[in-house]
Design a protein around this ligand. Structure first.
Ligand SMILES: NC(=O)c1ccc[n+]([C@@H]2O[C@H](COP(=O)([O-])OP(=O)(O)OC[C@H]3O[C@@H](n4cnc5c(N)ncnc54)[C@H](O)[C@@H]3O)[C@@H](O)[C@H]2O)c1
Length: 394
């Protein structure tokens, strides 16, 4: 019989991601029965009573509170999930570090790169491992792509195309939430969506070294409903309108560091049609591949320039690709977004019990935040901007 070390989970913010982190912790026992730890949902905090109640009534936490400090002070809490809006990331992460609690925090991990840096420094000073919600890198087909590229099967990588196209803000009646305010979100689609794309490109190819970018705000004001909002919700045309303060669309040309590879990355939250189409294409001198979240268990691959095999072949993810075998016994059976969060949860807790950083870290969040900062600077002045590298040890 497996005697697992109990790990007390504290959750700060019971919105969309807070609920999904909780589900992910609860799913570990099914996906990773060999795990040497057993998550126990101890206490959740949310500023809204209805969300705090939801944590107990639906998610299964033993207790809830309106004050995040009570989560960090709770002696039965070993680790913390921070799923708050961006403007609270720094405050909550620094408090978690001061309390000596390892934390799994959502991207973009602060409103800007200086806040992310403070979070990195606090975690390092406290000697803590961390987790960051770079969800898409966990897709088994992406792990397959990473292996092909690392093994040199594509030859030298020449260029990369990333497109993160969503419609979650395409309806002008989509509610004005914290996401549209610079004081509470920081950047718009750059931090919210393109940070994922930056992470994918960095994972598959190399860190981004230089950037030139442009941004655009398409829907310039939105209605603000009274009351609680969770995730993306609708408002009414009668609600008062507030200005949208950050970008709906961003694109950038990039040069990768230490490589001749170049790339084009774009993101939109107002793209009518694609819904949640997050895709990366990587081209090399001897082959290429492309992946899209819309069919996330598939990878299109072309290896070699031989006439008989030229063109894409669809490869279905299967056992051997990332953590696929923890979810399905045979190849080609679709996994979903929530499964990727379960992998994140497992990697975070595995990092905690082994003291070895296996999950995406706040250092990875800093690398993405610095690319976003360079893109914002370029969008403002039209020039190329160099991206300060993040040492591998961070
Ligand atoms: N990894 C991913 O794919 C992914 C997807 C969506 C969101 N996110 C990130 O997750 C974070 C949260 O986004 P969301 O969509 O869950 O937001 P949300 O609006 O659904 O939830 C935010 C929650 O924070 C709570 N909150 C506000 N102030 C608080 C306080 N002082 N103390 C405690 N709780 C407080 C709100 O009441 C709400 O329940 C953001 O940083 C976002 O960028 C990541």
């Amino acid at each position: 019989m497996n005697t697992r070390r109990p790990l007390g989970i504290g959750l700060i913010s019971v919105g969309w991601m807070g609920r999904l982190h909780s589900k992910a912790y609860s799913s570990i026992r099914y996906a990773y029965p060999e795990a040497q730890f057993s998550p126990r949902l101890v206490v959740a905090a949310d500023a809204v009573q209805a969300n705090a109640d939801y944590a107990v009534d639906v998610l299964g936490y033993e207790r809830s509170t309106l004050d995040f400090r009570q989560v960090l002070a709770d002696p039965e809490v070993d680790v913390v999930s921070i799923c708050a809006p961006n403007f609270l990331h720094r405050e909550f992460a620094l408090a978690a570090a001061a309390a000596g609690k390892p934390f799994w925090i959502e991207k973009p991990t602060g409103r800007d790169a200086s806040e992310t840096r403070d979070i990195v420094d606090a975690a390092a000073a406290a000697g803590l491992v961390t987790g960051v919600g770079f969800t898409y890198r966990q897709a088994p087909a992406i792990q397959h792509a990473k292996r092909l590229i690392a093994d040199g099967r594509l030859g030298e990588i020449t260029n990369v195309k990333v497109s993160m196209l969503a419609d979650y803000s395409a309806d002008p009646l989509g509610a004005h939430t914290w996401r549209y305010e610079t004081a509470r979100a920081g950047s718009g689609v750059l931090g919210d969506l393109l940070s994922h794309g930056i992470d994918l490109a960095t994972q598959l190819v190399a860190p981004i070294g230089d950037v030139t970018a442009l941004t655009q705000t398409v829907i310039t004001e939105r209605p603000k409903p009274a009351g609680v909002t969770v995730g993306h919700v609708q408002a009414s045309a009668d609600d008062p309108k507030l200005p949208v303060e950050n970008e709906d669309y961003a694109s950038m040309l990039v040069k990768f560091a230490g490589s001749r590879a170049v790339g084009f990355l774009e993101a939109s939250r107002v793209a009518v049609g694609p819904r949640s189409d997050y895709a990366i294409e990587v081209f090399g001198t001897n082959g290429s591949l492309r992946w899209s979240f819309a069919s996330m268990n598939e990878l299109e691959v072309c290896l070699g320039t031989d006439g008989d095999t030229h063109g894409y072949t669809t490869v279905l993810a299967g056992p051997g690709d990332g953590d696929y075998s923890h979810f399905q016994p045979g190849p080609g059976i679709a996994m979903g977004f929530d499964d990727l969060k379960t992998i994140e949860a497992f990697q975070f807790l595995q990092s905690v019990v082994t003291g070895t950083q296996v999950a995406p870290s706040v250092g990875d969040a800093l690398a993405a935040a610095r690319v976003v900062a360079a893109a914002e600077a370029s969008a403002a002045d039209g020039a190329w901007h160099h991206v300060e590298s993040v040492p591998a040890t961070v």
